[in-house]
Write a protein that binds this ligand. Structure first.
Ligand code: SF4
Length: 331
């Protein structure tokens, strides 16, 4: 059906690379530069198929477990973090480990350790099987109970005589997490909040931006991989906040012409592990389809920076690399 309204794109900002992803990807690139290929990486360094395939081409080998890595090799732990058992497993194989865990995930690990030591029961809100959740639970395995959905908050049982705190995965839907907490607190009024937000700034900012875009969008396209929690959440949030349709894609080539039926305004965003070049390809294809007018909808500035993992701050010649890494636009 032809549309009589002008065709345009609302481009959400912030979108794409966060500081933790930038740091993790550069860590693998620098490790390859410094030690030569192959460098092993436990799990996907970040949840994006394009990033992983580019690093594979450069000589990175992705493995599921440290047991697959030859003794004495270099291994990078992914941005999602690892449990102490994985660190020990790497040490047992004499692996030179570089920890690219996002500092904001490490913060949650520290909270888990600290509250476990104080005999808290920890209710960890997160998705079963996600690497970050496995890493966080591994820091306090005997004290942590995983809560996957708001409905699980209605049935979880906890010992009555223990202090209780909730923590969370960094990449959840803010609204759904708050609903889970509301239900938990209705049953357990003594439930304590984490000392600071566990859902990270990048996840929150991308959700705020898409909430602003969604009500005006006939269609929302989120660039991000299927296993990227924060990308998948952006699609859900877009639909909750009024987008008439929303799809997640890895590449522009996945866009279907049928999606444009009756559409005048397309919202575009990308998850925290997505290089901007993939969004640029989407915008180019949208322009070809008549959506050349792009308006940026910006809801926050991001200036958080992390330094590189300590093993990579000095190169072979001893030169310091004191780069501070934010969520820069990178190919
Ligand atoms: S999404 Fe958040 S927690 Fe994950 S790497 Fe980025 S900044 Fe860190």
């Amino acid at each position: 059906m032809p549309v009589d309204r002008p065709r345009s794109v609302l481009l959400a900002a912030p979108r794409g690379y966060c500081a933790g992803v930038d740091r993790a990807v550069i860590a693998v690139e620098k490790a390859l530069e410094q030690y030569g290929a192959p460098v092993y990486v436990r799990k996907q360094i970040v949840h994006n198929v394009h990033v992983v395939s580019e690093l594979e081409k450069a000589g990175a080998i992705f493995v599921d477990e440290v047991e697959e890595v030859p003794h004495g090799s270099h291994i990078v732990f992914s941005a999602h973090g690892v449990s102490p058992a994985v660190v020990q497993g790497a040490a047992d194989r004499d692996l030179a480990a570089i920890d690219a865990t996002c500092p904001l995930v490490t913060k949650v690990h520290r909270e888990a350790v600290r509250f476990a030591k104080q005999d808290y029961r920890i209710l960890l809100i997160g998705h079963e099987g996600h690497e970050e959740v496995e890493g966080t639970m591994g820091h306090a395995p005997d004290r942590t109970i995983l809560i996957g959905t708001p409905e699980e908050a209605d049935t979880v049982e906890v010992p009555a005589d223990e202090p209780l705190i909730w923590l969370s995965q960094t990449t959840l839907s803010v609204d759904e997490t708050m609903e889970t907490v509301r239900r938990l607190r209705a049953r357990f009024p003594h439930l304590q909040d984490p000392p600071s937000d566990d859902i990270c700034y990048a996840t929150q900012n991308r959700q705020v931006a898409i909430k602003k875009v969604a009500p005006d969008a006939d269609l929302v396209i989120v660039v991000g991989s299927a296993n990227s929690s924060n990308s998948v959440r952006l699609v859900e949030v877009a639909l909750e906040y009024g987008a008439k349709a929303a799809y997640r894609i890895d590449y522009a080539s996945e866009i279907e012409q049928a999606w444009f039926e009756g559409v005048a305004t397309v919202g575009v965003s990308s998850g925290a592990s997505v290089p901007e070049v993939l969004v640029e390809q989407v915008l180019a294809d949208l322009a070809d389809a008549g959506f050349a007018d792009v308006k940026v909808v910006k809801t926050a500035e991001e200036d958080l920076m992390f330094s590189l993992p300590k093993e990579l701050r000095t190169d072979k010649s001893g030169k310091q690399d004191e780069r501070a890494l934010g969520g820069r636009t990178r190919a």
